[in-house]
Design a protein around this ligand. Structure first.
Ligand SMILES: Cc1cc2nc3c(=O)[nH]c(=O)nc-3n(C[C@H](O)[C@H](O)[C@H](O)COP(=O)(O)OP(=O)(O)OC[C@H]3O[C@@H](n4cnc5c(N)ncnc54)[C@H](O)[C@@H]3O)c2cc1C
Length: 460
């Protein structure tokens, strides 16, 4: 029986409007927010799960019929991690989007996988708590996606990434069984931590149908300090000096002059477009400590060569500058028909070198690049604006990307800090992961997914 006919059988055990099968309807689910370097296929069906029972039924049927299943949150990953590269169905979680419980005493939240991170943040804040993971698009991306990509963001510098907040989860296995992993306690040392194994596994091991995450107290006060520099080296020295002081910033982000200019053109938020780079630093904590720490920070920034410093005076000003920074992808997308956003990380002491290398590589290949990144983590996101239909630009982009990876690895870094591997980076996996480790990863994949139906072709 063809896969098209099998999707009719799936339709039979779901509510009618819970499945799309027309080519036109399924078309946009072939893509995610990645750059379409690897060709995509239109999925045979898009199924909207509403309950754990739905997911169990779908997986049992998919297992028996060997149908590939690709779990999908908001589809915003940048590596082709939930796009379709062969026949199969998309399992869409946008209708499993309930915050089941916020337990403010134990400081945990129990959520369905399609809950948008921004909604979880808002719900936590209502009871004075905080869920820190903040990928720049947290207003749309989901907890299922964030767990599966181990997503981070600017606040990762102080607060870590999604992996640091996962306590337990319910998953449906490849053959349709429900399994609980981890525990909702602050410590758990009972056997292998399979919940953590799911983190970053890109939907290749099981389907997450519920997660319990840790919350922390919301910081009392928050400020953004913007500091402009005439050179990348001075800015990176300022990053190191700031981090080794006792100020303990929450985020230390970086934008080069191209990024400053494209963001300013997009947002009109009064960035100084004549500067080589901008550091955007967040301080948070007790109100009473803020003035002292802000003064200390400004002092360090000035000594390191900052030529202009601005301090946010209200929460609105804080949000305005950070919203501008978070819009850098949209801003770069206005420079050309396509944007290829990358994600490399090096030990922080090599960040200035790596930033210069990225800029030189872009210049060598004649590519327009905006360079942003979470400088405190040594994590850079080169954003190359180009026309992917232009064969020369396409080839130059691929070559530039490979060179950036090679240089990052030489500097002790790696090719993915927070975006994952998906389809786009799998050919580079062996350059950063030991061959034996890859064999073990494949064995783990086989244990969880013996018929290779869970997001096949991703990572390996
Ligand atoms: C403008 C923009 C800015 C971004 N900024 C950042 C950033 O600052 N930091 C960062 O880390 N990332 C960033 N990203 C990347 C992306 O947003 C994150 O990786 C995000 O967390 C993905 O969430 P999603 O809901 O869109 O997941 P999707 O893209 O839908 O899926 C991602 C992966 O998770 C799997 N998956 C989804 N749901 C489930 C489930 N229930 N069970 C099993 N597997 C599942 C999918 O199969 C896929 O492998 C950005 C993306 C964009 C477009």
């Amino acid at each position: 029986m063809s896969l098209k006919n099998k999707t009719k059988e799936i339709k039979a055990f779901l509510k009618n409007d819970n499945i799309l099968t027309e080519k036109e309807e399924c078309y946009c689910y072939a893509q995610d927010a990645s750059n379409i370097i690897v060709p995509r296929e239109i999925p045979d069906a898009v199924v909207f799960a509403e309950t754990i029972e739905d997911v169990k039924k779908i997986m049992k049927y998919a297992y028996e019929n060997e149908i590939p299943v690709i779990s999908r949150g908001a589809g915003t990953n940048m590596v082709g991690s939930c796009s379709c590269n062969r026949e199969g169905i998309i399992l869409n979680f946008s209708r499993m989007n309930k915050i089941i419980e916020i337990d403010s005493v134990n400081m945990i939240a129990r959520v369905q996988p399609g809950v948008v991170l921004g909604e979880l943040k808002k719900a936590a804040e209502k009871v004075g708590l905080f869920f820190p993971p903040d990928p720049s698009n947290y207003t749309v991306s989901t907890i299922g996606g964030a767990i599966s990509q181990s997503s981070g963001g600017a606040l990762g510098f102080k607060y870590g990434t999604t992996k640091d907040y996962v306590l337990s989860m319910k998953v449906v296995t490849a053959d349709g069984r429900l399994m609980t992993l981890g525990a909702d306690t602050s410590k758990d040392s009972a056997g292998y931590h399979l919940a953590q194994l799911m983190v970053g596994s890109e939907g290749t091991l099981a389907v997450i149908v519920e997660a319990t995450v840790k919350l922390i107290p919301k910081p009392q006060s928050i400020k953004a300090v913007s500091a402009y520099f005439d050179g990348v080296e001075e800015a990176m020295n300022a990053v190191n000096a700031t981090i080794s002081s006792s100020i303990y910033p929450a985020a230390v982000d970086f934008m080069d002059t191209n990024a400053i200019n494209s963001v300013e053109n997009y947002t009109n938020c009064n960035l100084n477009t004549n500067k080589a780079c901008l550091l955007l630093i967040t301080l948070d904590g007790f109100e009473s400590s803020m003035e002292l720490r802000t003064d200390m920070l400004c002092n360090i920034l000035r000594i390191s060569g900052a030529t202009e410093i601005k301090i946010s005076q209200s929460e609105d000003e804080y949000n305005s500058i950070w919203n501008a920074r978070r819009s850098s992808f949209a801003a770069a997308a206005r420079l050309a028909p396509d944007v290829v956003t990358d994600d490399i990380i090096v030990p922080r002491k090599n960040l200035a070198k790596m930033a210069n290398i990225c800029q030189n590589i872009a210049a060598k290949y004649g590519l327009t690049m905006c360079l942003i990144g979470h400088a405190g983590d040594g994590n850079l996101h080169p954003q190359i604006a180009l026309n992917l239909d232009n064969d020369i630009e396409f080839k130059n982009c691929i070559d530039a990307r490979s060179e950036m990876y090679t240089e990052a690895i030489k500097l002790g870094g790696t090719i993915s800090a927070e975006h994952g591997i998906g389809l786009e980076k799998k050919s580079y996996l062996r350059s950063v992961v030991d061959d034996n480790a890859i064999e073990y990863m494949k064995m783990i994949k086989k244990v969880f997914d013996p018929k290779n139906i869970l997001n096949p072709g991703k990572i390996f």
